[in-house]
Structure formats: structure tokens, C-alpha cells
Design a protein around this ligand. Sequence first.
Ligand SMILES: [Ca+2]
Ligand SMILES: [Ca+2]
Ligand SMILES: [Ca+2]
Length: 389
Amino acid sequence: MKTRAVITALIILLALAFSCGREQPSVPDGENNLILYAVETSGVFGGWTAAEGAIIRASSSTHQFAAVYMTGQGGLAVLDDLVAGTYMIQAEVTIEVELEDETELFTFLGQKEMSILYDPQLTDTVFMDLVRPSPLTISEVYYCGCNRSRFYWFDQFIELYNSSPDTIWLDGYLVCRNTNIHDIIEIEAVDYALAYYVHIFPGETGVTRECPIVPGQFLVLACDAIDHTAYGGSWCVDLSGADWEFFNPLGSDYDVPGVPNLLPVSNYSNDFSMNLSHAAVYIATGEEWEYVYHYDEGINDMKEYIHIPLETIVDAVEYASSTESMQYKYITIRLDAGLAGIGMGKYSAQSVQRRALGSVLGLDSNNSTFDFEIASPPSPGWHEIVDGG
Ligand SMILES: [Ca+2]
Ligand SMILES: [Ca+2]
Ligand SMILES: [Ca+2]
């Protein structure tokens, strides 16, 4: 009983802390200097060490703000003139170490969320550890369209990357996209993600071996695997070399011969497509999922959705053109605490791609605000180095 009381008290405290963090700042804009220390805790250099020359990325989830700083002596950075709000802070550094006959790159990363109040000065520390890339990630999402005058956005694609030394078999894996689900479920209170479009790789998870992604491969999943420059103009993407295409035989979708199909498990006639400014896409192992009906206010009727258990989701990316979408997240912060693509315009022929950090591709801190950068042009099947990225 005592334990339960303590747990209840903790939950209430957590709830209070959470709600406080979500409040809009009620104080005037002002200077709050954050004195931030970056400390590397991996033990690679023996014990904890101050991380000098670390890049500090700060971004706010309560207002439009993103800035980059660098730590100096003692691993110290001063973040000047921060207005009250909630901030996500990431520290990263790549250090070259001379070994006997080669140099090795070590990349360290640390993150924290902070609530900054109207207060003259704060001191805090971000702890960093060695980056371990995730074996299978969504490495690029291209959704915004390429030609406004023709409303052309049919050249959308998703790219997957295998950073592991082994071939990964995608048989039975699901590629999912959700829709605006805020009126339907409380996303932070459930242990599944709600999907609207779901397409599947052939075969059975963990049993068949027909759909490989080999080490270092960028696998391209095209909405339609054709050369879109012929229809949308020169800014559009040539997807005739895509590895897979989403194909929906229930609709008027065109099936490109020779490019294998990802078929729908969702019972709609639409082809797989992504909203031009805000959506979440994710991949799951496909070991478990189910059809569930939810009431939909828009049509005043029940509508079929698919529940994907969170523990089967391998990677998720939520993108939006504006930070305001943090108030209306489509996928739980347990899978993606941020948003990719902030500031990207519709029909700008740009994509969001996972950043390379040091020699590490496939970095996945479950926060797309930091993990992704805007890339131009889109790079289906390869990685485009972004200047200063
Ligand atoms: Ca298609
Ligand atoms: Ca096809
Ligand atoms: Ca790419």
C-alpha cells in the first residue's frame, strides 16, 4: 500500500512536471543565459572528461527557435538570451584518436530536455556517451513535392539504410503512415501506434528470406517507380531505379513492371502517399498487428485503422513544416521526440535525410529535430553530404 501511495504521488508529480513543461510562457521575452557543460562519460579516455569543441544544438518545442553553439575550455558553452520555454539540447563531438598505425574516429552524443523559466541565469550539464548507430533506419523521406504549378508530388519516396555488418531481411516488414489522430486516441497513453496507410514486404518475418537490405545499402521505396522528370519537370525525382514501389491494386495505381511491389494491408483504394507538410512514417517488423475500428468525427462513422505495437516499430520519423506541430504530435515522443523538416516549404523539391555524424551514418537518437537535416536535391539510393551538416 505504501509503495502504491508513493508511486501515485510520483505519477502526480510527473504529470505536474509534464504539464508545466507544456505551458506557453507567461512571462515577457527576456534574457536567460544558460551556462551549459558538456561532459563525455564513455570512459574511452579514462573517466569523465570535459567535451571541448562539442557542437551544441538547441531547439525549442514551445516556440520557433533553433541555434547552434560550440563548447570551449572546460566543455563550457553559454547560450545567451533564451526566452522562457521548453528546449531540447543536444551535444555532439567527433574526436580523432591516433592509434598505433591508424586513426579512429569516436563520436559522442548527449541530449536533454530543459524547461527554461524567466530567470537571469541557469547552470546545467549534458552528459554524452559513445554513439552506436541503429542497424536499420529510415535514412531519408521525400514528401514535399517538386512542382507547384502542376501540383506535382507523385515522386515521393522513403529510403532505408542498413548500418550493420549483416544483411537484414525485410520479409513481412510493414511500412506505415498515420494521419491526424488527435481526436481518435491519446497517443501518449497507449502502447501501439495508429496507422492509416500500411504496406507490406512479401514473405514472413523471421521465416522467409526474399527481401534483403545488404550492409551499407540505401534501399529506395518509391510511391511510383518511374522517371518523374518526364511528368513533373526537371526538379522532380527520377525513381525508375527504385528497389521497391508501393502498389495498390484496389485503386487506379500504375504497376511498373520489373519493380517489386509493396502491397497494402489497409483496405483503402489510395496508393501510399505522404502529406506534404506533416505526417509520421514508420517501419515495423510485422510480427504483430491488428485491424481496429475507431470513431471518426470527420465522417461521423467508424473507420478502419491498424494498430502497430510500439515494441515492433524499428524506426519512426515525424516531419512538419512548423514547430507548432509539436502541440499536435502524430506519433508518441517515445518513438520520436521531435520533428524533421521544420521550415521546409511545399513543392520545394527538398527531402529530410538522417545526418551523418563523424563517420557514423544511421545515427538514431529518437529525436528527428536533431537526427535529420534538410537536403537538396533528394538522394534516392545514396547519401548527399550537406554543407556544414
Ligand atoms: Ca504506386
Ligand atoms: Ca511494380
Ligand atoms: Ca539518400
